[in-house]
Design a protein around this ligand. Structure first.
Ligand SMILES: [Fe+2]
Ligand SMILES: [Fe+2]
Length: 187
């Protein structure tokens, strides 16, 4: 679809949302999706689009998260398989739509992991991703009190679905986010 672009995704996102913190999360997830699209031979624009729009309904309909999004995206004439991919990120929490494609599994896994990585960068003196290393993310990952809203079990389930080691996946996701540091509110 020619309108699977980040600009189009951000435009749709802004129709339904105003929370800047949520926008930064959307952009971070989009960045990770774009990166992994290259690895999994996916369409970079399409995967980034899915990442940016994955929480589209969360701002206005937190109690219908991953459900209401179907109606919103249908109004925007978004293809069914994209809607399905977005709904599947809530598997086991707010939907029973299981991530089945690589795109869906990556989305499921990076949603929480990007949150943890950004939180790790924010507590650094530099407040930057530039000097963030895997070992400090690993330490914080094990510290359950740190960024306690990040559900580590979801990340681990995602890695299992993808048949990838958590260490490798975390290292790759750090790399994915680095070029987007400024846009996601880091120095
Ligand atoms: Fe979500
Ligand atoms: Fe999310």
């Amino acid at each position: 679809m020619p309108n699977f672009t980040r600009d189009n995704a951000i435009e749709i996102w802004k129709k339904y949302n105003t929370d800047n913190a949520l926008l930064k999360h959307a952009i971070a997830v989009g960045a990770a999706m774009k990166y992994f699209a290259k690895k999994y031979n996916g369409d970079e624009n399409e995967w980034e689009y899915v990442g940016i729009l994955h929480d589209l309904d969360y701002g206005q309909f937190p109690n219908e998260h991953c459900i209401k999004v179907k109606e919103l995206l249908e109004k925007e004439n978004v293809d069914d398989y994209i809607i399905r991919a977005i709904q599947s990120h809530g598997y086991g929490q707010c939907t029973d739509i299981k991530p089945e494609t690589d795109m869906e599994r990556i989305l499921f896994a990076v949603d929480e992991l990007t949150g943890l990585i950004v939180a790790c960068a924010l507590v650094r003196p530099s407040k930057s991703l530039d000097d963030l290393e895997y070992k400090s993310v690993k330490k914080k990952y094990k510290d359950k009190a740190f960024a306690s809203g990040v559900d580590r079990s979801i990340i681990e389930n995602g890695c299992k679905m993808l048949n990838i080691e958590l260490e490798e996946f975390t290292k790759e996701t750090i790399l994915a986010l680095k070029p987007f540091g400024k846009e996601i509110g880091l120095l």
